[in-house]
Ligand binder design. Structure first.
Ligand SMILES: *Cc1c(COP(=O)(O)O)cnc(C)c1O
Length: 394
């Protein structure tokens, strides 16, 4: 781990011959504190967004104690680094061995499911345990999401009532959960999802102890600026008031993207310029999977070893380093007209679903970390960041 004041300082004192993740632990702490201070319930970090040690340790140090885990390796990671953590095994489809070991070796008591078959696996593999918190994942509309997640998981309105009723008989505590889809731009999506859940609970006619509103909380990207974060909390609190749940029911949330996005950016070097084609040393099989495949509009800055790049821009085709033709941006990007070999692009607000997506395909993708202190990209937790001028999609 290197330490520099800014990414430019780093570019000026060492070669960026592979992707460098610039970490901003202060931004991680700000996001973590914001959720802990504003969300009226348990905040579970969705580990898949970024399972790096600096993230897990940073969140733990900032007081976060609950983690949404999806696999045995994630459970092992959290139990090693965070001794007093509570883990919720929220993947709706789990290996039987993983359920068994989660319960008996790692002390996991919270399990999600979205059908009777999975519920049966949990009950059997925990040997009919009496201390289970069972959370039914319900299908809700993903209309407000930039990246819809509906269609794979979730019991629908016809299946949910019977499923919730069945689970009640095995559960010490019973919860319902949903996911409105990632980068949800509308607080109203939570309101509608909670209304749908409440209707399903009424039809099931059982008591519910937990409402878990899932992830989906947004960060800022150019062209994807969400309403104030407080609006999401307000919408959730208002909807919770009207739900048919126990008076002392708990509210949970599982943010991934919003907790870590602002805490890291990724540096990648221009290895070659051929006309308007730019070849980078990171791409679709590295930290920039979401930039390429999800066409996510990350903010971009340019750093040059000596001097400064032009403020005039033109559009470029971008390519990642591997030999696969899929490693190609499907849209053009506005960057300085005099962009040249050796220049370094910084993709911002890429702490979530960045380094965690990197493969080692073709010998690329090994990242280095550098801790920096600047705050150049827009934030959902404060208004002090300047706008970033280049890197817009064209
Ligand atoms: C991915 C995921 C999350 C986190 O989603 P974000 O959109 O990153 O906030 C939360 N809960 C579950 C069950 C998930 O699969």
């Amino acid at each position: 781990m290197y330490e520099h004041h800014t990414p430019l300082d780093l570019v000026r004192c060492r070669p960026v011959d592979g992707p460098v993740v610039c970490t901003r632990p202060d931004r991680l702490a700000v996001a973590s504190r914001w959720f802990q201070d504003h969300f009226p319930g348990h905040v579970l970090f969705a580990v898949k967004a970024n399972p790096s040690a600096w993230v897990i340790d940073g969140l733990y140090q900032s007081g976060l104690r609950w983690f949404d885990v999806a696999s045995l390796p994630e459970i092992q990671l959290i139990s090693q680094r965070c001794p007093a953590a509570t883990m919720a095994f929220m993947h709706p489809v789990k290996a039987r061995e993983a359920i068994h070991r989660a319960y008996f070796e790692f002390g996991v008591r919270i399990f999600a499911f979205d059908c009777e078959e999975e519920l049966a696996k949990i009950v059997e593999e925990t040997c009919y345990a009496q201390d289970l918190t069972l959370v039914a994942r319900l299908a809700v509309s993903n209309d407000g999401a930039t990246l819809p997640l509906a269609g794979k998981f979730g019991a629908n309105v016809f299946q949910a009532p019977e499923l919730i009723r069945k689970a009640r008989s095995y559960a010490q505590k019973l919860g319902v959960s949903f996911h409105v889809g990632s980068q949800c731009m509308s607080p109203n999506a939570y309101r509608m999802a909670m209304r749908d859940c409440s209707n399903m609970i009424v039809r099931a006619a059982v008591t519910v102890d937990i409402v878990d509103v899932g992830g989906g909380f947004p960060t800022i990207y150019p062209g994807l600026v969400p309403p104030p974060m407080q609006d999401y909390i307000t919408a959730i609190c208002e909807a919770f008031e009207t739900m048919m749940v126990l008076e002392n029911a708990e509210l949970w949330c599982e943010p991934g993207r919003a907790l870590v996005a602002e805490a890291a950016s990724v540096l990648t070097r221009v290895e070659l310029r051929k006309g308007n084609q730019i070849h980078l040393n990171d791409g679709a099989f590295g930290c920039l999977y979401d930039a390429v495949y999800a066409k996510w509009p990350f903010p971009v800055r340019v750093h040059r070893k000596s001097g400064e790049a032009s403020t005039q821009t033109q559009s470029y085709q971008l390519f990642g380093p591997t030999c696969d033709s899929m490693d190609t941006w499907p849209y053009e990007v506005e960057l300085p007209v005099d962009l040249q070999e050796g220049d370094v692009l910084e993709f911002g607000n890429l702490g979530s679903y960045g380094e965690t997506m990197a493969t080692r395909f073709n010998g690329f993708g090994q990242v280095q970390h550098a801790r920096v202190q600047d705050m150049p990209f827009p934030s959902v937790f404060s208004e002090s960041a300047e706008a970033v001028g280049v890197g817009q999609r064209t």
